[in-house]
Design a binder for this molecule. Structure first.
Ligand code: HEC
Ligand code: HEC
Ligand code: HEC
Length: 134
């Protein structure tokens, strides 16, 4: 192998490593500005296994779809029980179920929504548990 080629390979490897780790080191300086939804609520503190209705990856991306399905199922079909993938059964209720665990709406839901400038117009009708409003 020619020396010239080895130089190119080394350069290639260096570029690869820089690119592959880019998001790691690029993120470190900025991470404090990302939303940090807090799980610090009495209901979650009591849980043995800290688990949402579905797993975290699913919830982060799909909680809006899940909520829309819950509403349609509860309001249109009168079915108010949701069976999760792991077999747990939840009452389909925004205030009664989601905000029962996530009773810190401002430090949880709102932190993310403010970050992405989303304003779900649910709480003009749905109540926020009293402890959150204080
Ligand atoms: C204009 C008022 C209004 C708005 C805005 C609204 N809802 Fe509702 N929602 C209702 C009513 C009324 C019911 C029926 C209550 C019942 O049957 O228990 C309901 C029921 C539901 C239910 C099932 C029952 C329960 O207690 O949660 C879900 C879930 C739900 N809505 C989600 C949402 C979501 C998510 C949003 C925002 C994207 C939203 N709703 C916005 C009025 C509203
Ligand atoms: C039984 C308590 C409980 C209920 C009910 C619950 N959650 Fe969660 N939720 C949690 C816990 C605990 C986590 C953290 C899971 C983890 O870290 O693996 C979580 C995580 C999440 C996340 C991901 C947060 C992140 O940092 O990415 C979202 C979004 C979420 N929940 C929304 C909801 C919504 C919307 C509802 C109602 C449909 C709901 N949760 C109902 C306990 C609950
Ligand atoms: C990990 C971040 C995160 C957390 C925590 C979170 N959300 Fe969201 N939520 C989002 C993102 C991102 C969107 C999508 C915004 C868009 O599409 O513009 C969204 C959208 C929604 C929507 C759909 C908006 C609409 O107008 O239909 C609803 C409803 C919603 N979230 C409810 C909740 C509730 C209730 C909680 C707290 C229990 C919660 N979210 C917690 C990130 C989060």
């Amino acid at each position: 192998m020619k020396l010239n080629n080895i130089g190119k390979i080394v350069a290639g490897i260096v570029i690869f490593i820089v690119l592959a780790t880019f998001f790691f080191w690029y993120g470190t300086g900025k991470s404090s500005s990302l939303p940090q939804p807090s799980l610090d609520t009495p209901a979650i503190a009591q849980m043995k296994e800290k688990r949402c209705v579905e797993d975290k990856a699913f919830m982060s991306i799909n909680h809006m779809k899940l909520l829309h399905n819950w509403r349609d199922s509860a309001v249109r079909e009168g079915n108010r029980n949701y069976t999760a993938k792991n077999g747990n059964v939840y009452k389909m209720s925004l205030s009664g179920t989601c905000l029962e665990c996530h009773s810190n709406k401002e430090q949880f839901c709102d932190r993310c929504h403010t970050y992405v400038a989303a304003k779900p117009a649910c709480f003009s009708c749905h109540s926020i548990p009293a402890e959150v409003k204080k």
